[in-house]
Write a protein that binds this ligand. Structure first.
Ligand code: BES
Ligand code: MN
Ligand code: ZN
Length: 498
């Protein structure tokens, strides 16, 4: 998709030569109220816009879109009223409410090419992010090009006008939203076209566009350096694994952050093969990798005063005569041995290699994200990532995930489960012998590879990374780009507070 052109507008929306104007509505008692920013549009309707909307059945609830023709009252032909849901006790709505309403509006704009949004007067950053993400489509493989293409959006400037600060907010929000769509593009690319080597190429291309340092290890280099986890998982495929490292060295870097993302370009389960139903969803098993690649590129675009390195293991988990077996023992990068009891618990094997490699750089913080366990969805559903790791940093990241609207919840790493990963013959087994606390056991496995004293967070995004249901808010079907916004916000927080 080509991103729409975005601008801050100071002309009153009533005079804007656009196709449609977006206004917000709020649930209010049994009726509906207009959100701030709708005043000029309401005036063009002689102050009766809320009444008109009410007569059309609008209630202001979340994800509600009601369109009203303007019949010449405004230059725009249609008013698109987007429900924000209920306001808080103080009458205010949250950034995430604005983001979702903006996204729902963008999805509903139909043939409108040029749109004005008034939701930006409530929260500019959220309106921009929601609009760009809601407008996102992945049409790469359709023989007919998409007809719904939003060309230009004018965001009504907040009350104090198009200040320098608001222009900076627009720029940053655009960069953040584009990082999310870059991740979505990678996730939505089918696995016959996105495999380790081609994925590495695309990562390098994105990295070079912002001047990052790049290192790619192919299968020979991986073998030479002893990346037994990545190789073990990847050898069953004709398309051999890679390890990609992208480094951004910011001006006056105050802290060093290691990002790691699971890059399984397709997960069949290997010899411990998955059932056929929904196996196609495993095209998204590289969502963590996509997110950290997009995030390090974003860090460079936003010039964070940090050093950020993304370490991204990429492999395809296939069953074949060359594939690794249940019962194999792998020697991981750094020397620990792992008995493979289930080849479908492959993510933790490639990630452990990457974690050990990343820790060699002595990072101040380590953030790893992966579509690691189906158990994440059993525990938290499809929209809330599980956040594990060292206590303090885990809680900080979980709090930030909630604040960004991506949703995250701190989860424990119960000590008593650790013993269940003991192996009969190796240092560690890759699964426990039972199905309890599967997300937590995977987190405990990863913990074994994090260097002592490094504050770390593990984000299990099995559910939130891929939307296999209907669209909602700013989230369409397919790759969501979660947790790019959380990582971006954590990086910003570290840049500011250390
Ligand atoms: N990629 C899957 C996890 C997954 C499942 C992500 C569904 C998204 C949707 C992962 O590699 C996997 O297969 N995990 C196993 C672990 C088990 C063998 C301990 C799982 O969750 O079943
Ligand atoms: Mn698997
Ligand atoms: Zn997997």
């Amino acid at each position: 998709m080509t991103a729409p052109k975005l601008a801050l507008a100071t002309t009153p929306v009533s005079e804007a030569g656009v196709d449609a104007v977006v206004v917000g509505t709020v649930q209010h008692g049994s009726g509906l109220a207009l959100a701030p920013g709708a005043e000029a549009v309401d005036a063009a309707f002689d102050g009766a816009l809320a009444e008109v909307l009410g007569a059309l059945g609008a209630t202001g609830k979340v994800d509600e879109i009601v369109k009203v023709p303007t019949l010449g009252k405004l230059k725009a032909r249609v008013v698109v009223a987007a429900g924000l849901g209920k306001a808080g006790a103080d009458g205010a709505v949250t950034a995430e409410q604005v983001r979702r309403a903006s996204g729902a509006a963008a999805r509903a704009l139909g043939p409108s090419k040029h749109v004005a949004s008034t939701l930006s007067t409530v929260d500019l950053q959220a309106a921009v992010e929601g609009t760009v993400l809601g407008a996102y489509t992945f049409a790469g493989y359709k023989s007919e090009p998409a007809t719904r293409e939003l060309a230009k959006v004018d965001f009504a400037a907040p009350a104090d006008g198009a200040t320098k600060e608001h222009r900076a907010t627009l720029k940053a929000a655009t960069a953040i939203a584009e990082a999310v769509t870059a991740a979505r593009d990678l996730i939505n690319t089918p696995p016959n076209d996105l495999y380790p080597a081609s994925f590495a190429d695309r990562a390098v291309e994105l990295a070079k566009s912002v001047g990052l340092e790049v290192e790619v290890l192919d299968e020979k280099a991986l073998k030479k350096q002893g990346f037994g986890g990545i190789l073990g998982v990847g050898v069953g495929s004709t398309r051999q694994p890679r390890l990609v490292r992208l480094t951004y060295k910011g001006p006056k870097a105050r802290k060093k952050v290691a990002l790691i993302g699971k890059g399984i370009t397709f997960d069949t389960g290997g010899i411990s093969i998955k059932p056929a139903a929904n196996m196609d969803h495993m095209t998204s098993d590289m969502s963590g990798a996509a997110a950290v690649i997009a995030s390090v590129v974003l860090a460079a675009k936003l010039k964070y005063p940090l050093q950020v390195t993304a370490t991204v293991p990429m492999a395809e988990n296939m069953p074949s005569g060359a594939a690794y077996r249940p019962g194999d023992v792998l020697t991981m990068y750094g020397g620990k041995t792992v008995e493979v009891l289930n080849t479908d618990a492959e993510g933790r094997l490639i990630l452990s290699d990457a974690i050990v490699r990343a820790c060699e750089d002595n990072p101040d913080y380590l953030i790893e994200t992966s579509t690691l366990t189906g158990a994440q969805m059993v525990a938290l559903g499809t929209r809330t990532m599980g956040v594990m790791g060292s206590d303090e940093f885990r809680d900080r990241v979980a709090g930030i995930a909630q604040a960004t609207g991506e949703g995250g919840w701190a989860m424990p790493l119960p000590e008593e489960l650790r013993g269940d990963l003991d192996s009969r013959l190796a240092d560690l087994a890759n699964v426990t012998g039972h199905r309890w606390g599967g997300m937590l056991a995977a987190g405990l496995f990863l913990r074994e590879f994090v260097a002592d004293g490094v504050p770390w967070a593990h984000l299990d995004i099995a559910g939130p990374s891929f939307n296999s249901g209907g669209p909602w808010g700013y989230t369409g079907k397919g790759g969501t780009g979660v947790p790019v916004r959380t990582i971006a916000a954590v990086l910003a927080d570290i840049a500011e507070n250390g």
